[in-house]
Design a protein around this ligand. Structure first.
Ligand SMILES: [Zn+2]
Ligand SMILES: [Zn+2]
Length: 194
């Protein structure tokens, strides 16, 4: 007897869990969110080009699920972390400007807990439900408009500046001009360390 072919979702979950040595509910949500976004944007995922830019609202397992299924990675500059601590992501088609924000339905966890068979652990219930529920019962997909300028976020490959204060190089046009000086964000007072 031959094994049945794995479904596209199973293939993606296997890739995602291989990065983590485990499969967890958040990875599944990341993969499912990206697949739902592909449908809403009518684009093929995973991307091998830079057409789609994803804003993930948390790091961790969820973000890797999103990356594996969308083909968008921090390292490819096709993913950006907006650290809001939320299981949510906005997928932008940079060609058309269309953007969709995808997040788990706000009553999802409660629903899964309430409908699980007697004795089933919550974690197991989430694992199963997130793989089997149809999109309409799992996710909310909303059309949104980005507030920052897309071209400024993406910038132009090869742009370099040097901070007048610390002398470090700045790429991707992240420098600011203050009092006639070109400064990195740290020297401009927006640093995250002292
Ligand atoms: Zn995990
Ligand atoms: Zn500096």
């Amino acid at each position: 007897m031959t094994r049945p072919e794995p479904s596209p979702l199973e293939v993606l979950l296997a890739q995602s869990s291989a990065l983590h040595d485990h499969l967890c509910p958040r990875q599944i949500l990341g993969v499912r969110s990206a697949l739902a976004a592909a449908g809403a944007l009518e684009l093929e995922f995973p991307r091998t080009d830079k057409r789609v830019l994803v804003f993930v609202e948390t790091d961790g397992c969820y973000a890797d699920g999103v990356s594996v299924a969308s083909g968008c990675w921090l390292g490819r500059r096709t993913m950006r972390l907006m650290d809001f601590g939320k299981i949510a992501a906005t997928f932008v088609d940079t060609k058309t400007g269309q953007a969709v924000r995808v997040f788990p339905q706000t009553d999802l966890r409660q629903r899964v807990r309430d409908s699980r068979p007697e004795g089933q652990k919550r974690y197991q219930a989430y694992l199963e439900a997130y793989q089997t529920l149809p999109d309409e019962q799992l996710l909310t997909v909303q059309d949104v408009q980005l507030t920052p300028d897309l071209n400024a976020i993406i910038s132009v490959h090869g742009k370099r500046a040097v901070c007048d204060k610390c002398g470090e190089e700045i790429i991707n046009e992240r420098e600011v001009v203050q009092g006639g000086q070109v400064l990195c964000l740290s020297c401009a007072g927006q640093g995250y360390y002292r």
